[in-house]
Every structure is written in structure tokens, then in C-alpha cells.
Design a protein around this ligand. Structure first.
Ligand code: NAD
Length: 353
């Protein structure tokens, strides 16, 4: 029997294919937009400048100061540039950090956002914005934050280093896996979750063997879109909460933290809802947590929180923060069990479930 559910489709437009620069130009014209501010991190500034050059007079300028976790002072500098240049939209070229800056600008100005993703983080498919101010990270959900147009071009991810390809891909899988047991899960989100995981399960090993494999890049980006769409449409639970804590309070790197935590959080919840996590076991082969552990190890992903630089002495505090504010999870959040989970993740042990 199909359980009762509510489903709201995302109003965003998705364009998947090659020639991103031409497509951005084409869509700016279709949408009647004339002065785009192109955004990137300092690392991808050359790509942002090349895109702006291809856009010609449609580009008002480039802001290449995007940073991880969307610091408010960076957003304020970018908004000042939007105003100084009279920009009428933003084009974010990059991963979740650059997308986050575009979202933060849109939240304050309501400008149209076009995103050209180059990682598998999936932020472009969500109305969620995380921001940091004075060392604190807060998250909000607002329809204004959802990018209007996403242009996926697999060619742009060819240069994504193998390590980042793997951790970013596991970050995407985390959205899908948690979506399967979300309190507000629905059949469409669960279909997208399974299809997204299947695509990444096929693509990531191929990309570890050959990062320049175009078919793998294409399939991974397709999977990332599906997994990001799940993140955008249903609520997340223990896994995202723990990663948020570890990233926000201990400054651990985003994608790597997801990669390390995923087998442990999914293993923890698999004890309570094995039937909902069955697709993970089917796709990755085995008990959900253990199968994800084996998959991640096979890809050479970082294995432990210790490897990411978390001190053993921080585990108690992390467990405390993680259980502090009550939130929904399919298995009750028990402090001792979460502390044990964190210990296993710190040591890089293989989960049983
Ligand atoms: P990122 O955007 O920080 O990118 C990491 C580094 O890789 C950057 O220097 C970037 O310029 C570089 N890079 C990106 N694509 C590249 C490519 N193709 N080739 C070479 N270098 C490339 O990393 P991320 O994991 O994509 O994003 C992490 C951020 O996104 C975090 O702040 C996280 O909180 C946020 N996020 C938000 C959501 C949401 O829905 N709000 C979802 C996922 C992630």
C-alpha cells in the first residue's frame, strides 16, 4: 500500500548538456537579463573570467571571492559589487561554496540566479542557504534562495580532482540515502534517490580509474542532480546534523566529512528502518552501512575523522552538540549511542549494519 504523502515539484529549470557558456548566453537572452555578475572561488577565477568573456556585454563583471560556508562579510562585499555594477542577475560557476554565495546574494536582493555546477554537492537544487557569521553557521530555507536555472555541463567537471570527485560524490549519495527515510519522504523523492545513487555507484569507480572519462562525468553529474533534488525536497536527519556540527564547530572540510560519516550514520539508522534503506543495500551490495563503507574504501575516500584532523578530545563535545537540539530521526538520538558512533567514525571502523 502507498502511504499518504505530499509532493511539491521544484519550480527550477534544469538544462543538461554541453557548451555551458553558449547556453548561459542563450538563457540570459531568453530571460531578458542583460548584466550578469559571474561568481567563483579564487581557485576558479580564470574559468569565471573565461565565461564572462564568452558572455561579452551580457557580463557586468566577475566576483571571485566565494568561500566555503558563505561568510556574511563576503556576501556583503559581493552585494556591494552587484549594486555598483548594476547587475540584474548572478551566474555562479563552481561548487557548493560559489552556489552558496549566489543564493546569499539572491536572498538579499531577489536577483535571478543561474548556476553552473562543477562539483556534485547538489546545493543548486535546494532552497537551503547556510551562512556563517562570527564563527557560527546558521541555515535557512526560503523559496527566494532556490536558483531559477541550473545548467549542467559534464565537461566542466573533467578537472575536478579525483579526491574531490569521490568525496563530493559521497556527499551526493548522503542526500539520497537520508531522503529514503525522511519523515516527509514521498515516492518521487525516493525514485530520484535510488536512481541518483545508482548513477553514482556506476560512475565513481570509473572516474577513479580515469577522471577524464566523459561518460562517467556525465553520469555522475546526472546522479548529483537527482541526489541534490532529494535534499531540496525532503527533510534530512542524523547524518546531515552530525556533518553540520562537525563542519560548523570543528571546521572540518564539508565533502570529506560527509564521506567519512556516511557509513556510520546510515548504519545507525539501518538498525531502525532496514526496509526503508533496502535500496542502499541493493545498490551497494550488503548491509547499508557496511556496503557504503566498502564502496568508499574501494574509491580511496578518507576513512576516519582522525584523518580529517579531529582531536579525540573533541568527540565528547561533538556528541553533546549533536544531541543538544531535538530533531527528527528514524532511530532515537541517544547520547551514548551517538558518542559510540562518533568513536567508530573517528577510528574508521566498518559498521555492522
Ligand atoms: P566547494 O564549492 O567549496 O569547492 C571546493 C574547491 O574545489 C574550491 O576551491 C572550488 O573552486 C574547487 N572546484 C570546484 N569545482 C572544481 C572543478 N570542477 N575543478 C577544479 N576545482 C574545482 O566544495 P563543495 O563541496 O561543492 O561545496 C561545499 C559547500 O557547499 C559547503 O559550504 C556546504 O555547506 C555547501 N552546500 C550547501 C548545500 C545547500 O543545499 N545549501 C548543499 C551542499 C553543499
Amino acid at each position: 500500500m502507498i502511504a499518504d504523502f505530499t509532493y511539491a515539484g521544484s519550480p527550477a529549470r534544469i538544462v543538461f548538456g554541453g557548451n555551458a557558456a553558449e547556453r548561459v548566453a542563450e538563457w540570459l537572452d531568453k530571460l531578458g537579463l542583460e548584466r550578469a555578475l559571474v561568481l567563483s572561488t579564487p581557485h576558479q577565477e580564470a574559468d569565471a573570467r573565461a565565461l564572462a568573456a564568452r558572455l561579452g556585454a551580457r557580463a557586468a563583471g566577475v566576483f571571485a571571492g566565494a568561500k566555503m560556508h558563505t561568510p556574511v562579510e563576503v556576501t556583503e562585499a559581493a552585494v556591494a559589487q552587484v549594486q555598483a555594477l548594476g547587475a540584474d542577475c548572478v551566474v555562479a560557476l563552481g561548487g557548493g561554496s560559489t552556489t552558496g554565495l549566489g543564493k546569499a546574494i539572491a536572498y538579499r536582493t531577489d536577483l535571478t540566479q543561474i548556476v553552473v555546477p562543477t562539483t556534485y554537492a547538489g546545493s543548486e537544487a535546494t532552497p537551503i542557504l547556510g551562512q556563517t557569521e562570527g564563527g557560527r553557521k546558521t541555515t535557512l530555507r526560503d523559496p527566494k534562495v532556490l536558483p531559477e536555472l541550473v545548467i549542467y555541463d559534464p565537461e566542466l567537471s573533467l578537472g575536478l580532482p579525483v579526491g574531490m570527485t569521490v568525496t563530493s560524490g559521497l556527499n551526493a549519495i548522503a542526500h539520497a540515502a537520508e531522503g529514503l527515510y525522511a519523515q516527509d519522504r514521498n515516492p518521487i523523492a525516493s525514485l530520484m534517490a535510488a536512481e541518483g545513487m545508482r548513477a553514482l555507484h556506476r560512475a565513481l569507480p570509473a572516474l577513479v580509474r580515469d577522471p577524464g572519462e566523459r561518460e562517467g562525468r556525465s553520469e555522475a553529474l546526472y546522479g548529483a542532480w537527482l541526489c541534490g533534488s532529494v535534499l531540496g525536497s525532503v527533510g534530512m536527519a542524523l547524518h546531515h546534523k552530525l556533518c553540520h556540527t562537525l563542519g560548523g564547530s570543528f571546521d572540518l572540510p564539508h565533502a570529506e566529512t560527509h564521506a567519512v560519516m556516511l557509513p556510520h550514520t546510515i548504519g545507525y539508522n539501518a538498525e531502525a528502518v532496514p526496509e526503508l534503506l533496502a535500496p542502499v543495500g541493493e545498490i551497494f551490495g550488503g548491509s547499508p552501512g557496511a556496503a557504503l563503507h566498502d564502496f568508499a574504501r574501494g574509491l580511496g575516500a578518507p576513512r576516519s575523522l582522525a584523518e580529517l584532523g579531529l582531536a579525540a578530545g573533541d568527540l565528547d563535545k561533538a556528541a553533546e552538540i549533536a544531541v543538544e537540539a531535538p530533531y527528527w530521526n528514524p532511530r532515537p538520538i541517544d547520547r551514548a549511542a551517538i558518542r559510540a558512533l562518533l568513536q567508530d567514525a573517528w577510528e574508521g571502523n566498518r559498521p555492522q549494519h
